[in-house]
Ligand binder design. Structure first.
Ligand SMILES: CC(C)(COP(=O)(O)OP(=O)(O)OC[C@H]1O[C@@H](n2cnc3c(N)ncnc32)[C@H](O)[C@@H]1OP(=O)(O)O)[C@@H](O)C(=O)NCCC(=O)NCCS
Length: 175
């Protein structure tokens, strides 16, 4: 589906395809360098093209997962997804993650992507969305709160970045 950003740039948001694997790998390498808000140090991402293809295939085939990609022309500018569990006691929940290339941040990309992701979770009959976010990631926290997520708790020393511990906020939304 096509969307317009705050600066009138047009983007395409859609479900991932296995053929996106190369672009996804390149994208993940970029965001891991650009951001210290995510789980991995840049050198820790070692997936091969084959492994990425297999990962995407299983996300596409799963009833508990979703993986979205947003492109500006041929450039992958955002990925987002959620993952759930087949276990009955937690099958209603999904935990999600999102990132946007630095050059495309603050233009409304994440808000567009998140709304679609929430819609997909509802379509899959999920009733709870969870996330963890650095307590100092004010932009992301603002975004999540304005989309109806509430603060549920804190993971003390959730991350260790640049020789420092950082707490993580647990946020959730009932769907
Ligand atoms: C967090 C992230 C996904 C947001 O993406 P984005 O496309 O820039 O977000 P949007 O433009 O849709 O929305 C950002 C909102 O935060 C607001 N904002 C920007 N800087 C802010 C700040 N320092 N404090 C509070 N709000 C801020 C914007 O005004 C906008 O709100 P609005 O829609 O009410 O005007 C993106 O910055 C990113 O990928 N960061 C690196 C990875 C990351 O942190 N992922 C989340 C991990 S939980």
């Amino acid at each position: 589906m096509e969307y317009k950003l705050k600066n009138d740039t047009k983007i395409i948001l859609r479900d991932v395809l296995v053929s996106d694997a190369g672009a996804v790998l390149e994208y993940i390498h970029k965001v891991n360098v650009e951001s210290k808000n995510l789980m991995r140090e840049p050198a820790e991402f070692k997936m091969t093209l084959k492994e990425e293809e297999a990962f995407l295939k299983s996300a596409i085939e799963s009833n508990d997962s979703c993986f979205l990609v947003a492109y500006h022309d041929d450039l992958l500018i955002s990925t987002a997804g959620f993952k759930g569990s087949a276990l009955k006691r937690v099958n209603h929940r999904v935990s999600f993650g999102i990132s946007v290339l630095k050059e495309y941040q603050n233009l409304g990309v994440a808000r567009i992507v998140m709304k679609d992701l929430i819609k997909k979770a509802i379509e899959l009959k999920k009733t709870k969305m969870d996330l963890e976010v650095r307590v100092d990631n004010f932009k992301a926290i603002h975004l999540y709160e304005t989309l109806g997520f509430i603060k549920e708790g804190i993971i003390k020393r959730g991350f260790y970045v640049d020789n420092k511990y950082v707490d993580l906020l647990i946020m959730g939304k009932l769907l």
